[in-house]
Design a protein around this ligand. Sequence first.
Ligand SMILES: [Zn+2]
Length: 309
Amino acid sequence: MFDDVPMGGVTAADAASAASIHPFETYEDLGPEQKAAFHQLSSYRSRRRVRATERNLRKRSLGLRIFTEEEIERYTEVTLIYDSNDFGVESLYQGEPVPLDMSCVYFTASRFNHSCDPNLEWQTWVESPWFTARASRKISAGNELTVSYLGGPMSRAQRQRDLKSGWGFDCACTRCTAAPVDYDTRLEEIVGTQRHAASQTQQGAPVWPPTEDETAPRHARRLQLLEVLQWHGDLHFAYFTAAHFHFERYQALLGSDRAKAMENLRQAVIYQRKSWESGKTAFFAQDPLVAQAGSQLTKWGAVLASEEA
Ligand SMILES: [Zn+2]
């Protein structure tokens, strides 16, 4: 089977086979062999789920006509398989991933089982037809390759709830069965730092411009937690965000407090370097996201050099 996979090694690259924008049309476009392969994929089908899917299809129209009974039966099957196997697809906008209301099914990637402590990080961009997975740590030959079906950091209770309702299983991964207590405590804290940012935005609280005294330690703490957990993908984005925060502080302070501005510039460069490095670990070095962190680092490094000269 597989030899040992080094951290960052590519383990799978798989072309998209069905997209959610027009799932039934995409499905109908598949050849007979691909259709057969699609129906081989597993799906979670509780009675409630099947009924809800049928109900939805009855409400919807395909183009200008209503689904026939035969189509409802066929597309219920397609939907159930689809929902159990799709991976969300994001777009890249100025180096930041933007979630799209879109997902794809990839035949090979669908075979990966879930773990809350997966040894693969996966990536799908709408700009590319490929699903790629990289080892997030060294994987010894004979170990199962796993991905996470869930997005972002979640507490154990939340993970268990989402996996049960979405895929119908009780997760018994190493993290769920033998998690050290402090892991979930750290996780709760990470989720808390995110929730804080979200609620500030929603309540119209003074988020912008963020005050340095409030925001900088929050970034630092979040990064510290993610570093302990070794989540390179999340780390890449968190470093990127923190770097931009400090660079904006540098620009804002330049006219009034040069010493403080320079402190922020130095911090921005440090974080951008870390963003670039963790990005290379989690993704491809030539990935547009990682490339952007790299070019940002070069630019800011030059600003720092000229300011210090
Ligand atoms: Zn788990």
